[in-house]
Design a protein around this ligand. Structure first.
Ligand code: PLP
Length: 398
């Protein structure tokens, strides 16, 4: 008999898995080229050429016993120092290796941060819509999750509700910008306001409220959109970064945490993250990949590819009559559904379109389209989306 908690995780996780299985079945029946699978945020671009080159160089250059052996749980000091310097150059911060903990991607980074900070019964606050996995991570730490309702249509935080909802049990607030699923980037004004409220509430409650900035999409922004570096605005910020999307290395599981000295109880938080990495069973982030990313700190995937998909989908769907949030970052399009979102997703399946309902992100009435897919899929999907809209209009009329 497995644990009750795991029974619940499996039950809740089955929707996306079922969709994945359904996609495979659809491909067998209709042909893969007719199935438009927009469900997963799995990058479809290859990593930049620098990655393969760096892998080969690291294998040549590094002493093998050291390269493949155990290390400090927080990661190689030289890699952490290089990352810290790169952040300082880009954002005017003053980090060193002691502020960086290498992680097994953002998912691990979040779990390490939560394990370090949270006692059972503490509260994590998130803004709807939010990455659904946060709920599982909260349950895993026996923390409660509080959801600030969506601020429609900007999808910047709803500050009035946020301020009202903060309470002495709030230990962590998560922000995710550029955002999954909306593609919205929080403005500098938003971050300043957020920091003001958090500082005020910390004083009022005499508590520490940690702002966890989940940033796997930081590099995926379009045009000259600025993504403010949040540690500069609020002292109690921990940054969770990942190379899964920026370098298309999702399967390699590599990222890092930034824990600035200004964070409350810095020494303990830092020691805690080192220990959490170990006891969660990661022990340390993959050694080869640590050395590889350290050589590729200025590399990025071809953002123009995602940009073309973004324009094609946004323009194509708005012409048909869909209401879409214009994404400034990430590779997701957030679309209002003229009917219940679960019903919409069900109807879309008849057209071999696979989507994730907004309900999964704590925001019903919308769907998420992941556009890290081939342009051909968008071309195939647009007439299907049009037929779907016509069917819905007929249904509403009847
Ligand atoms: N946070 C958000 C908002 C995500 O969208 C994802 C992955 O899609 C993750 C965290 C986890 O990323 P990683 O692959 O680095 O664990």
């Amino acid at each position: 008999m497995i644990s009750k908690k795991m029974e619940d995780f499996i039950a809740n996780g089955s929707a996306i898995r079922a969709m994945f299985e359904e996609g495979k079945q659809m491909a067998a029946i209709y042909g893969a080229e007719n199935v438009c699978d927009f469900s997963l945020g799995n990058p479809n671009l290859p990593p930049p050429d620098t990655i393969k080159k760096a892998i080969l160089e690291v294998l040549d250059e590094e002493e093998p016993v050291e390269l493949h052996g155990y290390m400090n749980n927080s990661g190689y000091e030289d890699v952490r120092e290089k990352i810290a310097r790169s952040l300082n150059d880009r954002f005017g911060t003053s980090f060193s290796q002691k502020n960086i903990v290498m992680t097994v991607g953002a998912a691990a980074g979040l779990n390490v941060a939560f394990k370090t900070l949270l006692n059972p019964g503490d509260e994590i606050m998130v803004f709807a819509p939010f990455f659904g996995e946060y709920k599982n991570y909260a349950i895993s730490c026996e923390a409660d999750i509080a959801v600030v309702p969506a601020n429609i249509p900007s999808f910047q935080p709803d500050f009035e509700s946020f301020e009202k909802m903060l309470n002495p049990k709030t230990k962590v607030v998560i922000v995710n910008t550029p955002n999954n699923p909306t593609g919205v980037v929080y403005t500098e004004e938003t971050i300043i306001k957020l920091a003001d409220i958090l500082n005020k509430k910390q004083k009022e409650f005499n508590t520490d409220i940690y702002l966890v900035s989940d940033e796997p999409y930081r590099e995926l922004v379009y045009g000259d959109i600025d993504v403010p570096y949040i540690t500069k605005y609020y002292d109690n910020t921990i940054v969770v970064y990942s190379y899964s999307k920026s370098l298309s290395l999702a399967g390699e599981r590599i990222g890092y945490l930034v824990i600035p000295e200004a964070v409350a109880d810095f020494e303990k938080v830092s020691a805690g993250a080192n220990m959490a990495t170990r006891i969660l069973g990661f022990v340390n982030a993959p050694s080869l990949m640590q050395k590889v990313v350290a050589k590729c700190l200025d590399s990025k995937v071809d953002i123009d590819f995602y940009d073309k998909n973004r324009q094609a989908l946004y323009n194509g769907l708005t012409v048909i009559g869909y209401e879409c949030t214009y994404p400034d970052g990430a590779f997701y399009l957030w679309v209002k559904t003229p009917i219940d979102d679960n019903e919409f997703v069900k109807m879309a399946r008849k057209y071999q379109i696979l989507l994730v309902p907004g309900t999964f992100f704590g925001c019903p009435g919308y769907i998420r389209i992941a556009y890290c897919i081939s342009p051909k899929t968008i071309e195939t999907a647009l007439p299907k989306f049009e037929a779907l809209m016509n069917e819905i209009k007929e249904k509403i009329k009847a």
